[in-house]
Design a protein around this ligand. Sequence first.
Ligand code: LMR
Length: 394
Amino acid sequence: MFETVTPPEPDKIIRLMGMFAADPRADKVDLGVGVYRSPEGKTPVMAAVKAAERAIWERQETKGYVALTGDPGFLDAMRRLVLGDAVPAARVAGAGTPGGTGAVRQVLETVRRLRPDATVWISDPTWPNHPAIIDHLGQARRTYRYYDAATGGIDRDGMMADLAGVAAGDVILLHGCCHNPTGGDLTRGDWEAVAGLCQRTGAIPFVDMAYQGFGAGLEADAEGVRVLAAALPEVLIAASCSKNFGLYRERVGAVLIVTGEGRAQAAAQGVLAGMNRQNFAFPPDHGARVVQDILSDDALGAMWREELEGMRRVMEGNRAALAAALREATGSDRFGFLGAHRGMFSLIGASPAQVETLRETHGIYLVGDGRMNVAGLTAAAIPRVARAVAEVLA
Ligand code: LMR
């Protein structure tokens, strides 16, 4: 079966992970894949996660199946985390998934089944797996302008002008916070404008929430999705616990669908259950249980929030320190946007050739579109990275 097959190329993020691992240089700097690192360069297991895991180990007496959509307690905790009290619980259907990517896949597959003729609109640029999954499913897609490379900010006029072309039933994919790869986020006013556009056109927003807590804070990062949920009849959401709980390899994610109370909610719940059954049957439980326990226990929840806020501040500090070092190295405010961006990522405006020089000559790894993961910076690396970026992007 495989003799004549050409396997798919890994995407640029996965490819870079392999190149970094194979680089023997001791002073190489990984600013590629979106993984948080402490000032010591570690991706630690959070203390609240350790405590929850210990308690689960002590009390858990079975590894029997739970339910096709996962534990209802986990889904309720995720609903509260993401949506707060923006909509009544009776309007929300939910399903556990293997990670945030699993949630993205299940949402897009739902669209494929129920609205095969819809176009999915994605930001230009976006996370490479968004178009890859849409193409794999055979759904039509179009891009909307998002990023203004000249200012490092949002091209809101271009975005709204492009989105004026949506048809009823089309799906608009938005990043809930910490836009990947640009680092530029929508303001509350922008979210309200998107809600108004969806009300006028009948388009359905799909919010990918992969970094809640990494941007402006847990509640502030959810402001946009809550604006949409409160204003619209239907919102599709993919949430990830990989980053904010540091549970990358445990694969913890959830689909949340905001819809009408009663029949529509029950139907959405049934669709999600059926799709989980066909794709992987039951979602992974261990990491989801850790999240559920942390979010339903006051002491563990407080411990987690404090750790998460600490991580957010480390990234904010890295941004400020790099922006300052670049100001000094370039004698200009050209990279000042780094301090204004939120979350792990920023596009630094490097061409593919400049990204290659940074990697080959300086051992500094960025994704090929010039995306930098600021969480990969350490105090020791910042001056060197600033010098190299100033030199290569001069
Ligand atoms: C990233 O964008 O680097 C992360 O979301 C990891 C991934 O799966 O691509």
